[in-house]
Design a binder for this molecule. Structure first.
Ligand code: FAD
Length: 300
């Protein structure tokens, strides 16, 4: 089943989780995943540390739980920078052996002090390789509504994005952003560049000031004044900050879906209670899907 087909039928609502740090404790995520099933996700994607294959056991175990135990379509993140062909082959074949045929192909974050393998220097290199060798694997890739921080220019970044689509990616998931106007400007840039695959908007509810500051600093994502004021006002009141952060995310989602976005990708940070509140407030603006045992997907 190709995740990208979902967009033909509905506004997609997808989730992202990360595996437990230790593979030995992978079962500890089951209650989180079970709770996330209540928000009717169209698919759940699972991150993989930039190191790639060395850390892939947790990701493979979690996508297995999602797709084969909970019967929710799963997408495995595959970063390429620190992997060679053999390692990518092993990972893809392990995923195929558990019937997971959707991946999010990434360059991956840089690991300070560690030299890249030099095989998949850009996500497009990985996409080209996987697409030609594994034609049955469906490939999503990442995009940056406010430009990737290492790009020499926004024009270059869009050009590189086009290379990922031309190499075989048929679905984009965006980096998180806090100002919808930047996403709408980005959609115009994509249209001008002839990129017309479905693009999901990445939304991260703020539940911790420290966490948002860390993520936005590492990835160079701009934080609007309005959002900063909210974080500062409730910095010492966890519950108020969580409520305000959820309300902000709901506001973004309602606006995006009303404007016809292809899908919302919620960075859950493994907090099902936050995803649940967002889903309760927005569920009627999305359609619903069902994955059957034989792999068929129907729209409810
Ligand atoms: P690329 O598409 O390769 O782009 C990276 C930079 O290189 C850009 O500036 C681009 O303009 C430039 N570039 C691309 N092609 C070329 C070229 N041919 N010549 C010159 N420059 C070029 N990281 C992880 O390690 N694990 C994860 O699980 C993970 N999940 C993510 C999920 C999402 C939805 C997103 C948005 C990001 C995720 N990341 C993850 C982070 C991601 O790996 C980083 O943002 C990384 O810096 C870029 O990855 P990419 O696949 O977009 O790279």
């Amino acid at each position: 089943m190709n995740i990208a087909d979902l967009f033909k039928h509905k506004t997609v609502f997808s989730l992202e989780v990360f595996p437990p740090k230790k593979y030995s404790s992978v079962e500890t995520i089951l209650p989180t995943l079970t709770a996330l099933k209540n928000v009717n996700p169209d698919f759940i994607s699972v991150t993989l540390g930039a190191g790639g294959s060395a850390q892939s056991d947790g990701t493979v175990a979690v996508v297995n739980l999602i797709q084969n135990h909970l019967k929710i379509p799963a997408v495995a993140h595959v970063p390429g920078l620190y992997q060679d062909e053999e390692q990518v082959d092993q990972l893809i074949q392990r995923l195929q052996s558990i019937n997971v045929d959707n991946i999010l192909a990434l360059r991956g974050d840089r690991i300070p002090g560690l030299a890249p393998r030099g095989v998949f220097n850009h996500a497009s290199d990985l996409i080209t390789y996987v697409h030609s060798k594994y034609p049955d694997v469906h490939i999503a890739s990442a995009c940056y509504p406010e430009c990737h921080q290492e790009a020499t220019s926004f024009v270059d970044d869009i050009e590189h994005l086009k290379q990922k689509i031309d190499a075989g990616s048929d679905h984009l998931i965006s980096q998180l952003f806090f100002d919808n106007r930047h996403f709408y400007d980005f959609q115009e840039k994509l249209a001008l560049a002839g990129i017309n695959v479905p693009v999901e908007a990445g939304i991260m509810p703020c539940t911790s000031k420290k966490q948002i500051e860390r993520i936005t600093e590492i990835s160079g994502i701009p934080v609007p004044d309005k959002f900063k004021k909210m974080m500062n006002r409730y910095a010492d009141n966890k519950i108020a900050l969580r409520d305000a952060g959820i309300a902000y995310a709901i506001d973004q989602i309602v606006d995006l879906v009303s404007q016809g976005v292809d899908g919302i990708h919620l960075y859950t940070m493994n907090k099902p209670e936050v995803a649940q509140r967002i889903w309760d407030a927005t569920k009627n603006i999305f359609g619903a899907t069902e994955l059957h045992d034989d792999g068929r997907l129907t729209i409810k």
